[in-house]
Design a protein around this ligand. Structure first.
Ligand SMILES: [Zn+2]
Length: 129
């Protein structure tokens, strides 16, 4: 491959990358200020390829939901994710709040928690490690 050609494909790749991250930031306002690495972190993936796979998965999940169900979620501004006991999970709107709760639980209850993004709604959930 010539240098010019490989440079071009590199540029193309770069453009494609920034496009994926830019789209995520536009669609999810709560991710707007995150860096590319933090976005990967948010979706718990290692690289862009995995991120795109994950996004495709979310699209399929969302498409399979009834429209009214989605609207209902929006109206409630929460999700219907359940914990192991069958209770509704608390939805943290920001990563900071979720992290604060992790620190609090560890300090006061010696419970180790981890955070993960809600697959259906903008926000974070906690789960036991
Ligand atoms: Zn949820």
């Amino acid at each position: 491959m010539s240098l010019k050609k490989s440079l071009r494909s590199f540029k193309k790749k770069l453009h494609h990358q920034s496009h994926t991250y830019a789209t995520i930031r536009r669609v999810y306002p709560h991710l707007e200020t995150l860096s590319n690495e933090e976005i990967l972190d948010y979706y718990q993936v290692k690289n862009l390829q995995e991120l795109e796979k994950h996004i495709e998965h979310i699209k399929v999940v969302l498409k399979n939901k009834l429209k009214s169900y989605k609207e209902e979620l929006k109206a409630l501004d929460t999700c219907f994710c359940l914990d192991a006991q069958g209770d509704f999970k608390y939805l943290y709107p920001t990563k900071k709040e979720a992290e604060a709760q992790i620190a609090y639980s560890l300090k006061t209850k010696r419970i180790k928690l981890t955070l993960y993004p809600c697959p259906y709604h903008a926000g974070w959930h906690l789960s036991r490690i």
